[in-house]
Design a protein around this ligand. Structure first.
Ligand SMILES: [Zn+2]
Length: 105
């Protein structure tokens, strides 16, 4: 994947940082805690078997078929939201986050 935007970090008035995490929402966990969560997410949210997606073009043309994978946990199209988030989290660890001083709690 290319051109992923860094994850955002929210800073409140006291200097506390908040991160948006899928299914949990905005949390003030430490980076270590989020690392652990991201590792878990990355290990459990994996693509399953290929299934064939089909598209009927114009109602009479032959079907177009392509291999498609779904996440084993979410059953949504790979790469699922959680896996994308974990991947971006690890990316941001290396490249940094974009900081926002903007918290409504
Ligand atoms: Zn998933």
């Amino acid at each position: 994947m290319v051109g992923r935007a860094p994850l955002r970090v929210f800073l409140d008035a006291s200097g506390q940082t908040w991160h948006d995490i899928p299914t949990y929402g905005r949390v003030n966990w430490s980076v270590e805690q989020i690392n652990e969560h991201a590792r878990e997410v990355w290990e459990t949210h994996r693509p399953g078997q290929f299934v064939v997606g089909m598209l009927l073009a114009y109602g009479f043309l032959p079907y177009l078929a392509w291999p498609m994978r779904r996440c084993k946990v979410c059953q949504t199209r790979w790469m699922c939201r959680e896996a994308r988030w974990a991947s971006r989290w690890f990316d941001s660890l290396e490249r940094g986050w974009s900081h926002l001083v903007d918290v409504e709690l």
